[in-house]
Design a protein around this ligand. Structure first.
Ligand SMILES: Nc1ncnc2c1ncn2[C@@H]1O[C@H](COP(=O)(O)OP(=O)(O)OP(=O)(O)O)[C@@H](O)[C@H]1O
Length: 264
């Protein structure tokens, strides 16, 4: 469960570059819900994910994750609750460590001690089995450095890592945007599978309106640091991209000219 209440965050406060990125943003996400997040450039999407993961601290407002107030906790103290997959396949994993070492780090999140050698052997089988399900041949490459993998392979391993760690929240920041269409489809299907199988509460930022409607059960749109609309259930079913655009226009009384909203 995520509850973000009246989040305010201004970058460069008191300087000529003062920039209010979150302006009283509120959003509640129930356990197991999969929400897609859209909005034009600079709407505050990444800042929202950064605030939820603790990458940035909000000026005011409250963030609760699974009944715990995490508003003032730094990233590493939320890591057992919040996992994240970034747009850049190079972010989020350690390229100098092996696949196995990266996956072990994911499992260790939230544990007080490291993994003993007996435990390591037990987990090795689990890693192999999980990797085999990807059908990318990675189950035989546990000892390979992460840096040797392609972008799609790395995103797939990042998602597996999120499924192995104990976090209930999965934040996806345009995590398929840097991939070719076929690989993006594969990673998106894997995402849906992991969210469902591991009952993650997920927020996925995307610039593709089509993807936003195809995936998940709810779509929110941000504009100027606020949620301007929030659709789910019957209202969302059968919606097409042009419907979403006109909803946005109606809500804001604006004509949507930002091409980034039209992608997909
Ligand atoms: N670290 C920072 N320092 C100063 N300003 C920032 C910082 N991070 C974000 N901003 C500003 O905050 C606003 C919201 O940015 P954010 O990255 O959250 O938008 P976004 O919706 O993710 O946009 P995009 O789709 O282009 O990635 C923008 O005006 C951006 O320039």
């Amino acid at each position: 469960m995520i509850s973000a209440d009246n989040l305010q965050l201004t970058f460069g406060k008191g300087t000529p570059l003062e920039n209010p990125a979150l302006r009283g943003l509120s959003l509640k996400v129930d356990p197991g819900e999969f929400v897609t997040v859209i909005g034009s450039n600079g709407a505050g999407k990444s800042t929202l994910l950064n605030a939820l993961s603790g990458e940035v601290m909000v000026d005011s407002g409250q963030i609760i994750v699974d009944d715990k107030d995490v508003t003032k906790l730094p990233t590493h103290r939320r890591a057992d609750r919040v996992a994240r997959v970034f747009q850049d396949p190079l972010a989020g994993t350690c390229e100098d460590l092996t696949i196995e070492e990266n996956m072990s780090l994911a499992i260790k999140r939230g544990m007080r001690r490291g993994l003993g050698s007996g435990v390591k052997n037990r987990y090795r089988k689990r890693f192999r089995d999980a990797l085999a399900e990807l059908n990318l041949g990675l189950e035989n490459r546990l000892g390979d450095r992460m840096g040797l993998l392609s972008g799609g392979q790395r995103q797939a391993v990042s998602l597996l890592m999120a499924s192995l760690n104990p976090s209930s929240i999965l934040l996806l920041d345009e995590h398929t945007a840097a991939l070719d269409p076929r690989t993006a489809r594969f990673v998106l299907d894997l995402t849906c599978n992991i969210v469902e199988r591991h009952r993650k509460t997920a927020l996925m930022v995307t610039h593709s309106m089509k993807q936003a409607l195809d995936v998940g059960s709810r779509t929110v749109m941000l504009h100027q640091g606020q949620v301007v609309f929030d659709i789910s259930g019957e209202e969302r079913e059968g919606l097409e991209v042009p419907d979403l655009l006109s909803l946005f226009e109606k809500q804001r009384g604006l004509e949507v000219t930002d091409d980034s909203l039209l992608l997909g």
